[in-house]
Design a protein around this ligand. Structure first.
Ligand code: ZN
Length: 310
């Protein structure tokens, strides 16, 4: 039994419309779901991914309008690492991000940048047999597109304690402090960096990272987490997948999420993310919620397929 790499990563934004502009237009990801936070339906939960809304490429944001900027510290993920195909892709992104007023830093084999709210990203050139997970954007040629998650980088006070837990969950150390979990189809990594700096949750910070499991193995993973000394929640039905949450010893919030049912559970693949999706329990509140939530940019203009004629 192995976790299939990263399922999704969830972060916080203070500004939904700008977040959509950056992730859908600038980064060329597909907005595959606009829904609400299941614990607070007056705020958005936005999901970006590849064309099919795959696990392994799913970056999600809770929107807390006007939230103060956070800052990554001990117990937090501070950088999200995405795969790209080539050094030419790094050069493309350096130019594109600089034209957006960001300050990307090119290093051998990787490009570092922060999003407009300070969330850290890294693009790396990797050769993997894993299926590249691309969105078809009118803004980004396929050869340069992001291909899904490679890793997350986390600050923890005591890397040894954090590393014991991931070892107990079947991760293997590929380089010092760099651990990979690789399942039948995909792999993903977490890199631990020692830091005792006090972090502050808020806009531009990562809330949690979810690891992927086939649905029939989730209960077994939950038991494995307990045996490893952590304290998981019961299985929670998030409608698009089922989730178990727990804190690792360094304080980073982990989730183990099922592969499926996925984002086509309540709308067709062709029009994913084009309208507000509500869990059945919140459907009666639709008109009220639509009055509270900030209108978002129409992402269809940045899509290479399904663009309306109008
Ligand atoms: Zn999650």
């Amino acid at each position: 039994m192995k976790l299939e790499g990263i399922h999704h990563i969830t972060a916080i934004t203070a500004d939904g419309p700008r977040n959509v502009d950056f992730y859908a237009r600038v980064l060329g990801l597909r907005l595959v779901k606009q829904t609400v936070n299941q614990d607070d339906p007056t705020v958005y939960h936005l999901f970006y991914a590849d064309e099919k809304g795959s696990h392994g490429a799913d970056l999600t944001f809770f929107e807390y309008p006007g939230a103060a900027r956070g800052r990554a510290g001990a117990g937090m993920i501070h950088r999200i690492v995405h795969r790209v195909a080539s050094d030419d892709a790094l050069a493309f992104w350096r130019e594109r991000l600089a034209a957006e007023g960001l300050e990307p830093v090119l290093e051998p084999g990787r490009l570092l940048f922060d999003d407009p709210e300070g969330l850290g990203h890294e693009l790396v050139v990797v050769e993997r047999l894993d299926e590249p997970l691309l969105a078809r954007s009118s803004e980004v040629p396929d050869e340069f597109a992001l291909q899904g998650f490679e890793a997350v980088r986390a600050y923890v006070a005591d890397p040894a304690a954090s590393e014991r837990l991931v070892r107990a969950l079947g991760f293997e150390e590929r380089a010092p402090h760099d651990f990979e979990t690789r399942g039948a189809e995909r792999g993903g990594r977490i890199v631990f960096e020692g830091s005792t700096a006090r972090g502050l949750g808020g806009a531009g910070t990562v809330h949690h990272v979810a690891w992927a499991t086939p649905p029939d193995e989730q209960e077994a993973w939950r038991r494995r987490v307990i045996e490893a000394g952590a304290d998981p929640t019961p299985v929670i039905d998030r409608f698009y997948f089922k989730s178990v949450y727990f804190r690792e010893p360094g304080g980073v919030l982990y989730e183990i999420a099922t592969i499926g049912p996925g984002f086509t559970a309540d709308e067709p693949l062709e029009s994913l993310g084009e309208r507000l999706s509500l869990p059945p329990a919140y459907e009666p509140l639709r008109s009220r919620l639509e009055g509270i939530l900030t209108p978002l940019p129409d992402t269809r203009r940045w899509r290479r397929v399904g663009t309306p004629a109008s």
